[in-house]
Every structure is written in C-alpha cells, then in structure tokens.
Design a protein around this ligand. Structure first.
Ligand code: UGA
Length: 447
C-alpha cells in the first residue's frame, strides 16, 4: 500500500524544463526529497549552481533555498534520480510533429530509463501534457520490455496547470490538483505526495487515467477558445465602431462566462496552447470525432495576427524601409519564452516585406537574436523607439505599460502606436500627439 500522510516522499523528476524544474523546487519546498535529472549537462551545471536556465519569477530564490535545504539535488545520471524514488515525474518535452501530433519519443525513452533503474515499487507519473491513450502505451512498453519489473511499476497521470510567469505561485497555490490513477498504490502515494496541499484545502480530483489526460487538453483548448472568440468579436467591433473591452467586461459579469481570458489582442502564443490544440485536434480526428471548433480556434488566432499586420500596412502605406518597433517579444510578460510568440511571427512578416524591424524585450532580446538574425533587438525601449514610424505593443511588460509618452513622442519619427494588447488609454496618447490604433476599439487619430 501507499505511504502515510505527512511522510516525506522521494521524488525523481526526469526533465528540468518549465514544468519539471518548478515541480522539483515546489516538491522540495513542501518537504519531499527530490532529485532532478536532465540529459543536458549544461542545464544541470547551472541548476546545481542555483541558476535556472530560463527566466521565471521567484524561481531562482526558491531553487537556491531548496538546494541549501539539502532536499533538492540534480544529476545528469538518471539512475540517481530513479533508484529509491517512490514517485517518478516524467516532464520531458513533447514538441509537435509536422502532422500536429505530439512527438512522444522523449516520453517513451524516459519511461524505459525509469523501468530499467527503478529499484522499488513506484509510480511513474505523466507530468508533461500528453494525448489521451499515452498511459496505455507506457503500460504496454513496460510490460513488454521490462516484464520482471512490471508489477512494481504503476502508471499515473498528473497534468500540470502552471502558467509561465506565475508558475511557482500556481504550483504552490493551485486551484485544483488532478490525478488519474488505476491502482490503490498510485492513489495512496499521490495522496501522500500532495497532502501538504490538500491539508490547506486544495481540492484533489481523482479520476481514471484517460480522463485526467483528456481534461488537460480540454482545459487548454477551452481557454484558447475564449481568446479566439474575443479576438473575433474584436474584429467585428473594429468594423462596427464598438468597443471590445466593454463587450468583454459585460460578458464577464455573467457568472456562466466569467471575466478571465477575454482580453482581445494579437493572439495567443507559447509552448502550450498552439501545440496542445494541434495535438487535441489530431487525437479527435484519429478517434473519428469531428471536432471542427479546434481548427477554427487556431485559424482565428492566425487571423488576429494577420489583422495587426494588415493594420500596420494600412496606417503606414508602404512598409518597405519603414522602421517598426515591436514592444515585447516574449509570448507574454514574465517569461523569456518566445515559442510561438505572436511578436516573432509579426517580425517575420514585416521583415519579409522589407521593413526595418527592431524588437524591445527586457529578458528575451538576447535569445531572439539567434532565431531571427534580421531582427534587431534591444533591452532599452527608447532605443527601440528611436526613429520608429510605428510602435506595436506585442507584450504587456511593465516597461511598455509604463512608457514615458513624452519621451517616446520625442524620439519617434511618426507618432503612431498600434496596440496589440490594449494596454494604453487612447486619450493620453492623443495628448502627446500620437495616433492610436488599439484592438477592437475605436481608433484615435491625431491631426
Ligand atoms: C497555459 C495555461 O494557462 C495553463 O493553465 C497551462 O498549464 C499551460 O498553458 C500549460 O499547458 O502548460 P501559458 O501558456 O503559460 O499557460 O500562458 P497563458 O497565461 O495561458 O497565456 C497564453 C497566451 O494567451 C499568451 O500569449 C497570452 O498573451 C494570451 N492571452 C491570454 C490572450 O491573448 N488573452 C487573454 O485574455 C489571456
């Protein structure tokens, strides 16, 4: 049977990305003994020195604290993370294949490694977002390749609901914890693992494994749906001279709709929504289901970005040689992650038609440089605005929201702001002589 509530659980975490590393530090913070492993030695060296290899608020302090507590260690040797562990969290990458399907090669390899080195009865937990049915594949792999260990290796699903930029807080204070299990050992062990949370009132929802796997995809798809819905409403608002911010506010006051994820803008990005949507769509079609809305969500997201591009062209006339400052490159504030970032997709479109594009970002400027060599980048927002014909708000960083408008007006070539995140008040911009083009709201054009 499982462990007693309150016991320290030995946890091995395979993969130290956004989900894996946050799992390592937060599990250690509540008193568990954690070994994190990754096959990239440089990452492990940085982590052992107390330095996360990506930017995430509050992570570095907690990492340092847990390393000194002695409860958290890192190793490139998976064996060290696996042997003796009672819970093995698989948090390796699941990038999209060209077909949209999730590439689960790293998951399969991680499972094989766990099955090879596990020395005691343990739970192998899918922490990465995976399509429904993955646990059955994992089970089959273990049964076929490691039949001698199979009875001691339990498989469970425990999807993560972390938002980048708030990951530590989300892990420490989640709305709910979801575990999909098919054995008493898994159920009891995961109850113990999460007892520091459930004792404080966080609900622990237990389901079968397929339901847990599917629920994660359903949550992300629904959140993306809300964003694409409001972005499509924004397009109509722009043409009808209505205000999408007011429409969203009104919609959000209906408790059945709720106020969150109704901020219109230039679309969602990041490593989760675009990838999970593709994988969910692919899964539904493989199962013979016609889930056309999923395709429309992604299409509306592309449209939101295209609209910004068209708008800039409409405002500036010819885009060739126009200097355009993109304010924010990360897919959202609080992270240096630029995967599927709308700002980068916009930069590529503008560069392709001959614009001179410069991107400001307080943390992602350096990272982007190698991805798009023709995109100049800076961590100084006024340098980005110097001589610009248009500033486009792509990410609502504090530096963007708190922009000194007088200074911006002084350095720009044309006082034009396209607001892809609706962070500014149009009247304030007008006072400084700007023409302001928000998303789904009436434009304010200064003469
Ligand atoms: C998302 C989910 O919010 C998490 O619950 C989930 O755990 C995670 O994916 C995951 O699957 O791992 P994340 O991708 O970090 O988290 O970021 P979000 O805060 O959800 O934002 C995603 C994108 O939507 C951003 O580009 C953001 O700018 C955009 N967005 C968000 C809008 O355009 N409008 C909104 O109203 C909200």
């Amino acid at each position: 049977m499982g462990l007693e509530s309150g016991e320290c659980v030995k946890v091995g975490v395979i993969g130290t990305g956004h989900v894996g590393l946050v799992t390592c530090v937060t599990m250690a913070a509540v008193g568990h003994e954690v070994v994190g492993t990754d096959n990239e030695a440089e990452k492990i060296d940085l982590l052992t020195a107390g330095r996360p290899w990506f930017f995430e608020p509050a992570l570095e302090d907690l990492l340092k604290e847990q390393l000194s507590s002695g409860r958290l260690t890192f190793s490139t040797e998976p064996q060290q993370a696996i042997e003796d562990s009672q819970v093995l969290m698989i948090s390796v990458g699941t990038p999209p294949r060209a077909s949209g399907e999730a590439n689960l090669v790293a998951v399969e390899k991680a499972v094989q490694t766990v099955a090879r080195y596990a020395t005691k009865e343990c739970v192998i937990v899918e922490k990465s977002t995976v399509p429904t049915g993955t646990a059955s594949r994992v089970r089959l792999t273990i049964d076929r390749m490691y039949p001698q260990n199979a009875a001691d290796l339990h498989v469970a699903s425990n999807p993560e609901f972390l938002r980048e930029g708030h990951a530590v807080q989300d892990a420490m204070e989640p709305d709910r914890i979801l575990v999909g299990v098919d054995s008493d050992f898994s159920r009891e062990t995961l109850r113990t693992l999460y007892s520091p949370w459930t004792r404080t009132g966080v609900p622990l929802v237990e389901t079968d494994i397929a339901t847990a796997e599917l629920a994660k995809h359903a949550c992300n798809a629904f959140l993306a749906l809300k964003i694409s819905f409001i972005n499509s409403v924004a397009e109509v608002c722009e043409r009808a001279d209505a205000d999408v911010v007011k429409v969203a506010e009104l919609m959000g006051m209906d408790a059945r709709i709720g106020p969150h994820f109704l901020n219109a803008g230039m679309g969602y990005g990041g490593s989760c929504f675009p990838k999970d949507l593709m994988a969910f769509e692919r899964l539904a079609s493989q199962l013979g289901c016609d889930f056309g809305i999923l395709h429309e969500i992604a299409r509306a997201n592309e449209r939101a970005l295209d609209r910004v591009f068209e708008k800039i062209g409409d405002i500036l006339w010819n885009l060739e040689d126009k200097r355009i400052a993109l304010l924010g490159l990360a897919f959202k504030p609080g992270t240096d992650d630029t995967r599927f970032a709308p700002a980068l997709a916009l930069a590529e479109k503008l560069i392709a038609v001959g614009s001179d594009v410069i991107g400001f970002d307080p943390v992602a400027a350096e990272i982007v440089r190698s991805d798009i060599p023709d995109l100049a980048t800076t961590t100084n927002i006024y340098e980005a605005l110097e001589g610009a014909d248009c500033a486009v708000v792509c990410t609502e960083w504090d530096e963007v929201v708190g922009l000194d408008l007088r200074r911006a007006a002084e350095v720009m070539n044309q006082k034009v702001v396209v607001d892809g995140r609706n962070v500014f008040e149009g009247e304030k911009l007008r006072e400084h002589g700007f023409s302001y083009f928000p998303t789904g709201r009436p434009r304010i054009v200064s003469e």
